[in-house]
Design a protein around this ligand. Sequence first.
Ligand code: ATP
Ligand code: MG
Length: 393
Amino acid sequence: MKFPDRLPIPEEVLKIAQRLESAGYETWCVGGAIRDNLLELENHDFDLTTAAPPAEVRKLFKRTVPVGIEHGTVAVLDRHNRPHEVTTFRRDIKTDGRHAVVEFGVSLMDDLARRDFTINAIAYHPGRHEWRDPFHGADDLEHRLIRSVGDPNWRFQEDYLRILRGLRFSARFEFRIHAGTLEAAKANVQGVAQLSAERVRDEWFKGIATARHVSKLLQLWVDVGAARIWLPEIREKGDGTREKGGLDKLPRDPVLITAYLATDPASLLTRLKCSNKEIERGRAIGAWRDKYPDPKHLPAVRRWLSQVGEYADDLLTLPPARSSPISLLPKVVASIRAAKDPLTLQALAVDGNDLIAAGVRPGPDVGEALERLLGEVLEDPSRNTKQYLLAHV
Ligand code: ATP
Ligand code: MG
């Protein structure tokens, strides 16, 4: 691949680079935005890498945020309050597969050498319009290849997250993973077990959000062995009850997709340290996805809506098991919602105090009576009047 003569660098990024350069510090654009622009994909989020030490970067700009200062990353805020990441040239001198001890005061070449994949290790000088591509990332972009910078075994052992990043980039760009890199990913996959759940979750969710086809991402996680470690609730080949093709048609909602794929969504989402709300959502999907009501039986649909509550739309989005004939269900649900049929205890025309006034003993009897009345109203919404309900306590 031939490099373009110039890349359109946003003015604010250019200003930051110029400022560092005039203070005597070599500064280059690097990372994902360079890669994406060479692929002609829009990305204005240029990262800068500089010879200036972090303290110097903080001195040179009025407003900075030390977002990852231990790795030498400082965000410089522009006049629109947008952050631009500036990272000091660095080299990893010691790692345990999760964290790195870094050394500053090294060259651009050292900095590019510590990057994960060749396509992410290309630098562009925004002032001189020069390119540096010591690992031939441009060739790999042209040949659509994900290849580690340097020895893949060693690079994965330095940071096992790189294995998952490689899968994400492969699925996102539909690039093949170079044979040696793929082999090393498989050989070292056990190391991803040591990563924190948060980093794994972020990678998996980001992968779902950006993959060209989610099915391809999943296949990579399965083939490399990462799914077995972190997503064991996902049946490796699918058991045929849920359509495989359905996966790629789902909305790119990571929690929904993960829940769809897992036999026990709540356990999987708990392992990934998702929020309680997300885990509950997964639990509801797991509990209800095989229990759709008969759309021809309106009271059954109302009862179902009453029970699944806020998760009805998730359940309507999921392609159901092949055996259930629920294609009419969304229409029926829409008509029930349009009619504003009462579906909850709160929507009943009577409340606990009304029942007590009518002679129900305060305590658990009240709740039971309300539940029973809701059952009657779900059967026939026209019963939702004070008169009818009090007559039927
Ligand atoms: P995107 O932001 O689109 O997911 P990106 O390539 O910009 O992709 P970032 O996580 O933003 O990814 O990282 C920016 C750059 O930092 C990468 O392009 C790569 O050069 C380097 N990098 C990030 N994470 C690692 C890592 N774990 N090991 C080595 N280099 C990394
Ligand atoms: Mg990025």
